[in-house]
Design a protein around this ligand. Structure first.
Ligand SMILES: *Cc1c(COP(=O)(O)O)cnc(C)c1O
Ligand code: SF4
Length: 443
């Protein structure tokens, strides 16, 4: 199959769109001016159930929905479109709304640190063992998720960070022997042509970096364009490159993003998975828990069971970030724990490699272990999976139970303590250091 993308400009040419009412089409046009909108022909033809599209998880995942904007924002754009406002006026309003949606949730603006006299763009190094690499050719995706906090990168060029040279990556890895993993991230690096993968992988292999053990690729291509690994012109070469890399003693782990078990049902995806696994690469899976998409323990249990039966390793359940259409997708921490427990208690031990629900917050990845009662006080029990200070990892800490909390910022320490154990040190770090972080990626 040949890849085709539909966006705001041409989505009305999708044959199945005739099932939508004029009002539904207008809603997409209004919201699609603010949130990024792109869907692949694979999602349209093989994933969405068009007989039930209003409730279909893949439709909601890719097509902007009216309730993703607050009524004030929605009505303002709708009015402008109806009145035929000029592009400049419309763009100014769109920009104003986007900025109010917290497009850069990591907090402070990115200070590009220097390395070896050059700006260290395209690299993020927050946790000792793993360096994130943002190849400049991988900063878009086969389709855009309506929940994604990465959307400023697609819609606002100011927020785009990328690096062209593999050189810098190699130098940085050599200077940092504590790094064992390089994680290619984006956007979706799966969108890159194989020749770019070859360029980067060969640079890493040729440099013979003893500390480099694993290359990870954070990608949603298995959900949005599995033909990337099977029938695309350069699919065979990508598979060969994986084989070669594994043979040279560097692990490959595809960090695959699946939001719903139905994304595992097509022949295309199972062919793609089999081909990747045949190279000796591993596939680990992750997804945020999302209202309207997968906020149900049975859905997660089914997803993990299917994944394991196909040879995939469940890795993370994430909490959706405080950005973009968060009100639409948000699940309380309390509910996320319930969904996780519901699923976890109904799968066998081999599915229990998964960890979650986890928040990728500024201080680190915070794992919500559960709800408990200590000396009569109801609390959330938490730990760091990753911490800005590695010594925080695996320390248990407690927050006052709050059934409405959506994010760490909504929580207070339990037992009358003033602040969480890491806060003092974290604030010092924030004040004193160049911040290596910009927008954080879920992988
Ligand atoms: C999740 C994450 C990693 C990888 O962490 P692992 O625990 O090794 O999966 C690396 N860097 C950042 C910024 C992350 O959020
Ligand atoms: S979640 Fe991944 S695939 Fe989806 S829009 Fe964001 S970066 Fe792209």
């Amino acid at each position: 199959m040949k890849y085709k993308a539909y966006t705001l400009n041409n989505f009305k040419s999708i044959p199945q769109i005739e099932k939508l009412s004029d009002k539904q089409i207008q809603d997409i046009e209004v919201v699609g001016n603010v949130l990024p909108f792109k869907v692949s022909n694979y999602v349209v033809d093989e994933l969405i159930d068009w007989d039930n599209f209003e409730d279909d998880p893949f439709f909601i995942l890719n097509f902007p929905q009216k309730d993703m904007l607050i009524p004030g924002h929605f009505n303002s754009i709708k009015k402008m479109l109806e009145e035929g406002a000029d592009r400049t006026t419309l763009n100014a309003e769109v920009e104003r709304i986007r900025l109010s949606l917290n497009p850069n949730p990591a907090g402070q603006q990115y200070n590009v640190p220097q390395f070896d006299g050059e700006p260290l763009t395209g690299i993020q190094h927050k946790y000792d063992e793993t360096m994130l690499f943002f190849p400049s050719q991988g900063q878009t995706c086969h389709a855009y998720c309506t929940f994604c906090f990465r959307w400023p990168q697609f819609a606002m060029n100011d927020f785009r960070f990328a690096m062209k040279e593999a050189d810098l990556m190699v130098k940085y890895l050599k200077a940092h022997p504590e790094i064992s993993d390089v994680l290619f991230t984006g956007g979706d690096p799966g969108i890159m042509k194989t020749k770019f993968f070859e360029y980067y992988f060969n640079a890493l292999l040729d440099a013979d970096i003893p500390n480099l053990k694993t290359i990870r690729i954070g990608t949603k291509a298995l959900s949005y364009w599995p033909y990337r690994f099977t029938t695309d012109d350069d699919a065979d070469d990508l598979i060969k490159l994986f084989e070669k890399t594994v043979k040279r003693g560097v692990n490959i782990s595809v960090m695959a993003h699946f939001n719903h078990p139905r994304a595992l049902d097509t022949k295309a995806v199972s062919d793609a998975i089999n081909r990747i696994l045949s190279t000796g690469a591993q596939i680990r899976t992750q997804s945020p828990v999302l209202n309207h998409i997968n906020a149900d323990g049975e859905v997660w249990g089914e997803m993990w069971r299917k994944q394991v039966s196909m040879g995939l390793i469940p890795y993370y359940m994430f909490v959706a970030r405080d950005t973009g259409a968060q009100d639409y997708f948000a699940v309380t921490l309390d509910k996320a724990i319930k969904i996780y427990n519901d699923a976890y208690t109904h799968v066998s031990g081999i599915c229990r490699t998964v960890r979650g629900p986890s928040m990728s917050s500024d201080p680190g990845k915070i794992h919500m272990l559960g709800v408990s009662e200590v000396n009569g006080e109801k609390v959330f029990v938490m730990r760091f999976i990753q911490g800005r200070n590695p010594e925080w990892v695996n320390q248990i800490f407690f927050a006052k139970y709050n059934p409405d909390a959506l994010w760490i910022s909504d929580l207070e320490p339990a037992f009358g303590e003033k602040e969480f154990f890491f806060m003092k040190e974290f604030n010092q770090m924030r004040n004193s250091q160049h911040d290596l972080e910009h927008t954080e990626r879920v992988e």
